[in-house]
Design a protein around this ligand. Structure first.
Ligand SMILES: NC(=O)c1ccc[n+]([C@@H]2O[C@H](COP(=O)([O-])OP(=O)(O)OC[C@H]3O[C@@H](n4cnc5c(N)ncnc54)[C@H](O)[C@@H]3O)[C@@H](O)[C@H]2O)c1
Length: 270
């Protein structure tokens, strides 16, 4: 038996058309998983699924706004009628919003509570809602795996991104809470874990990290200075941990948040 096999597992990835979700989808499709890409815009989800298929993988692209219960329930039904099963849910959709960030010349007292709520909803509710819907059939068959995406800012808050950090801290707590709930109510076959990526250059954060000249911004430089490996992560470097958490290799692992961060969380800065 290949301990790390994910072959033929049906793996649903929210935000699967994005940078990190897309890298997970590509990497897991190459290992024989059957991928479902959910993305807010259906066209983006379908385009990503077509790209995976063109590369020899198996994929389905579906509309999947993680804040819309009706749409996510429809996505579950379409997943079940297409593949007959769901084995793994990876909650990647999320991110920051400018209004929930304290600008360099602003303070906490300038925070827009409306934007704070929006970013907390996207990250936290946008993880809880798809989990509720996709883990229901898992609870009935007594097996399945949930993988959430946290962040370095959950445990050691980054400056400025107050709403984002609070919502990612909520994801860490929810990961542990649901791991216990699932084992207690539905048996040991359902596992819930999270990956906490270090800093990976994506569409959302690129301009905050790297100047047009190619040099690091002051914030980018601070992050590099606090990363023992002295670089940002490459999205493909998240695939191995996701495969481990999705496969039988991690059968006795639940309720953990695994840093994939080049040593960032281990380093005090001194
Ligand atoms: N890039 C990093 O350094 C980093 C570090 C830690 C955690 N993360 C987390 O990883 C995840 C992906 O980040 P990324 O850098 O790939 O960003 P990204 O913007 O490339 O990907 C996010 C994807 O989610 C989709 N999305 C947004 N709102 C949605 C909604 N309501 N419903 C469905 N899909 C929606 C977007 O369309 C996009 O495809 C996020 O949760 C982010 O917080 C990123």
């Amino acid at each position: 038996m290949d301990l790390f096999s994910i072959k033929d597992k049906v793996i649903v990835i929210t935000g699967g058309a994005g940078v990190i979700g897309g890298a997970l989808a590509d990497g897991m499709a190459q290992l024989g998983a059957k991928i479902v890409i959910l993305n807010r815009k259906e066209a983006d989800a379908k385009a990503k699924a077509e790209q995976i298929i063109a590369n020899g993988g198996t994929a389905l692209g579906l509309e999947g706004n993680v804040l819309d219960e009706t749409i996510i329930k429809t996505a579950l039904q379409k997943t079940l009628s297409h593949y007959g099963n769901v084995d793994v849910l990876i909650n990647v959709a999320g991110g920051n919003m400018p209004g929930a960030t304290i600008g360099p010349d602003k303070t906490f007292f300038d925070l827009s509570l409306e934007d704070f709520s929006k970013v907390v909803d996207l990250n936290l509710k946008g993880t809880v809602l798809p989990t509720m819907i996709f883990s229901e059939p898992m609870s009935k068959k007594g097996s399945g795996t949930i993988i959430n995406i946290s962040s370095m800012t959950a445990q050691q808050p980054f400056t400025r991104v107050v709403g984002y950090g609070a919502s990612k801290a909520g994801i860490d707590n929810f990961t542990k809470w649901l791991a216990v709930e699932m084992n207690q109510k539905f048996g040991e076959g359902i596992r819930v874990n999270a990956i906490a990526p270090g800093v990976f250059v994506g569409k959302q954060n690129k301009s905050l990290l790297i100047e047009e000249s190619g040099n690091y911004t002051p914030r980018g430089k601070t992050i590099i200075d606090h990363t023992p490996m002295k670089r940002f992560g490459v999205p493909d470097e998240l695939v191995g941990t996701a495969v481990w958490l999705a496969s039988d290799a991690s059968n006795f692992v639940t309720g953990v948040v695994v840093p994939v961060d080049g040593g960032f969380s281990a380093f005090s800065g001194v």
